[in-house]
Design a protein around this ligand. Structure first.
Ligand code: UN1
Length: 480
């Protein structure tokens, strides 16, 4: 192991893992960001034990201290947004402005929950029995296991960690194997922000080893996971079997409905931003563009023009609009779905080919299918790449029906100037989030986030609603 190896953080100490993994830049595979520790199951167990030991004092300690620590962490993230954004873009491949924006989001999330620490009260309710008082309060759960994805390497760790700590839990966090750099930077910031030893533990390593150990361990009271549907289902089955609390954010196959009366520029902007930015690697990405007949051809032509003008290149290079796909395996998935779409009879109207650049990376031209149907696999399965399919609809009613005909339900968007259709869609879209004249991807950090059907399971994340998962309610009856 070399001196540049980034270690795990357990019980307030930086500790070497059982092995290491090499973190590479997807824009330039010869660029090594560093070697990062990989824990084994025993090390995951040590982190859980440390979190368990730290819990009682943290849960009942000074809320001023808790607020101060979260605020300090938020301030440092914001002060270092350019550097952290660069690290993020270098390890994940979203563009530098996107990386910096995400770092700011993470900093703001810590600042928001620093405030929430001081605002978490309860209710006092009169009892039906004279002379008795009832109090309803929230208490922390205990040790929380966080399993975070590669596509938001700093914002998603922040939006799980900040509420977990704010409400008095202790944490073991396992970041995605592909992006340990931002999680390590976050751990380093928290370690210096004054957290007592064991309150926060970073355990980098494989999902099948560290993740499994967290899911199975009886001392982990709650698990919050963002990632694939298959992994999420497996986690839920095991967590529920031992009656642990579980929160899952999984896939999307988000529709963007474009009606005849839409402003064309808004529609094109929503489609291109929602489907392709961050290389389409967002669970909120619009992958189904459901377009009514009267605007269909103009919309397709304008989207193609816009895609032709996008610069796909090194995520860190100035002027890049789309960075690379995150790794070879995701690139293979994207390319295989492009073949599937062709085989199913959709027309590849733009892009879809691997691009050669000065540096070796996983570059893919954004792909637009037209003449797709909602029954095709490219319209039903989450691809998680810069690939979208245009589906024709006769009218608003048919567009809504197609939008809702999906196993997922994260975010549904509509572009229209009709108040009537916008209001109807807002009410009848079967999704956790609805966007009117806005891209489906790109959400605020202080309001609830989550979906319905196959997209999510358990309470919402973010904002004050995060308390639903990270606390447990107690009802106390008091007689004098
Ligand atoms: C956003 O679109 O701003 O993994 C956030 C994801 C989501 C976050 C999307 N949990 O893509």
């Amino acid at each position: 192991m070399t001196a540049s190896t980034f270690r795990n953080y357990i019980a307030g100490e930086w500790v070497a893992g059982a092995t290491v993994t090499v973190n590479r830049n997807p824009s330039d595979v010869s660029d090594v960001i560093g070697e990062y520790a990989q824990a084994d199951a025993a090390q995951a167990g040590a982190a859980i034990a440390a979190a368990k030991q730290a819990f009682p004092a943290w849960a009942t300690g000074s809320i001023q201290e808790r607020a101060n620590i979260l605020d300090r962490a938020g301030n440092e993230i914001l002060a270092r947004k350019d550097e952290l954004g660069r690290l993020l873009s270098r390890e994940e491949g979203k563009t530098l402005p996107e990386g910096v924006g995400e770092a700011m989001r993470a900093g703001n999330i810590f600042k928001f929950f620093a405030g929430e620490v001081l605002r978490t009260g309860g209710e006092k309710i009169p009892s039906v029995r004279p002379g008795v008082d009832v109090e309803v309060t929230r208490e922390p759960l205990g040790v929380i296991g966080l399993i975070t994805p590669w596509n938001f390497p700093i914002a998603i760790p922040a939006w799980k960690l900040a509420p977990a700590l704010a409400y008095g839990n202790t944490v073991v966090m396992k970041p995605a194997d592909l992006v340990p750099g931002c999680a390590w930077a976050l751990a380093d910031i928290l370690a210096r922000a004054g957290l007592p030893a064991g309150v926060f533990n970073l355990v980098m390593g494989r999902g099948s080893v560290v993740g499994e150990a967290m899911v199975a361990h009886p001392d982990v009271a709650g698990l919050s996971f963002t990632g694939s549907v298959a992994t999420g289902r497996g986690i839920a089955a095991k967590a529920i079997a031992r009656m642990a609390k579980v929160q899952l954010e999984m896939g999307g196959k988000n529709p963007l409905v474009v009606l005849d009366d839409a402003d064309l520029a808004t529609a094109v902007n929503c489609a291109v931003q929602g489907a392709y930015f961050s290389t389409g690697q967002r669970c909120t990405a619009s992958s189904r563009l459901i377009v009514t007949e009267g605007i269909h051809d103009r919309f397709v032509a304008a989207v193609k023009d816009k895609l032709a003008a996008l610069k796909v290149d090194d995520a860190l290079a100035p002027g890049t609009d789309l960075g690379p796909v995150v790794d070879q395996s995701q690139l293979d998935t994207d390319l295989s779905y492009i073949e599937v779409g062709r085989g199913e009879g959709a027309k590849l109207a733009f892009g879809g080919e691997r691009l050669g650049k000065a540096k070796e990376g996983y570059y893919l031209a954004p792909a637009l299918f037209t003449e797709a149907t909602n029954a095709m696999r490219i319209a039903r399965e989450e691809i998680f790449g810069p690939v979208a399919a245009v589906i024709r609809a006769k009218n608003y009613d048919e567009a809504l029906a197609i939008a809702n005909d999906t196993p997922f339900g994260l975010c549904s968007g509509i572009v229209t100037n009709s108040l009537k259709h916008a209001a109807h869609f807002k009410r009848h879209a079967e999704a956790g989030m609805v966007m009117v004249n806005l891209p489906t991807a790109g959400v605020d950090y202080h309001v609830p986030f989550g979906g319905r059907k196959g997209s999510s399971y358990g309470p919402r994340e973010q904002g004050r609603y995060a308390a639903e998962f990270y606390t447990v309610v107690k009802t106390a009856y008091i007689a004098p």
